[in-house]
Design a protein around this ligand. Structure first.
Ligand SMILES: [Zn+2]
Length: 241
């Protein structure tokens, strides 16, 4: 999966604006459909318009913002149910294959970054804290990193890129999920990780398929809820602008 790079390594003003805006979009503080004013953002963040423009262009390239003549930048809508189903159909084709390939290679190889313990620790998900939306963002980032690692471990750059281009996590985390419905993720991830470590390709493929099926069910409920009730309920004050 595409990494949700909320914290880039270098820190220019444009990076800071990008991180701040992305975080607000991911937490639905800036809701789907919200209009962004370059002038308003520049004043609010006390920086000039140039870094703001750069940040907005990056978010547009990632599909989180859309730009229309006369209207300017708006936060893109959530996936439709059809798009959501397509996304999972494609993940179901590619990610079990990546898990199988990954298990054929195993871990602790000299030409790979992943050790058995490294993969196990990536399979774990962070504890939920008091700020539900922020916790969900951390959870989604951890989930994204694990899926990206399994893909990279397959040794196929074509497969890794294809999975990354789906940007699944970038879209999924924007529909709010109840913390209890995602508690199962860690157990499912560990099943995938252990099968890869044990070099059991069929078990790894099956474990990834099961994880995606369950993940699809968990996310679908959140997406349907988000579409019937377009205003999410972030548990913090609304930020301006
Ligand atoms: Zn996962």
């Amino acid at each position: 999966m595409g990494e949700i790079q909320v914290w880039p390594e270098r820190h220019t003003l444009a990076d800071e604006a990008y991180v701040e805006l992305k975080s607000r979009i991911l937490q639905s503080i800036l809701e789907p459909g919200a209009k962004l004013s370059i002038d308003g953002l520049a004043k609010h963040m006390a920086i000039s318009q140039t870094p703001i423009r750069e940040a907005l262009a990056r978010l547009e390239a990632e599909g989180l913002l859309a730009r229309r003549p006369l209207v300017g930048y708006t936060v893109t809508p959530l996936l439709t149910i059809t798009e959501f189903d397509d996304l999972f159909d494609l993940r179901m084709l590619m990610e079990p294959l990546a898990a199988r390939r990954s298990a054929e290679r195993g871990t602790d190889r000299h030409d790979m970054g992943t050790t058995a313990d490294g993969l196990r620790s990536m399979a774990r998900t962070p504890e939920y804290a008091h700020d539900a939306k922020l916790s969900q963002l951390e959870f989604t980032e951890a989930d994204s990193r694990f899926h990206a690692e399994v893909a990279a471990n397959s040794g196929s750059t074509v497969l890794t890129k294809a999975i990354r281009r789906l940007d699944a996590h970038l879209h999924l985390h924007r529909a709010y999920m109840e913390p209890e419905s995602i508690g199962e993720t860690e157990v499912e991830h560990l099943a995938v990780a252990e099968a890869i470590i044990a070099k059991k390709p069929l078990a790894a493929e099956e474990a990834m398929r099961r994880h995606l099926e369950r993940s699809r069910t968990r996310h679908r409920a959140a997406f349907e809820a988000a579409r019937t009730e377009p205003t999410p309920k972030p548990k913090r004050a609304k930020a301006k602008p």
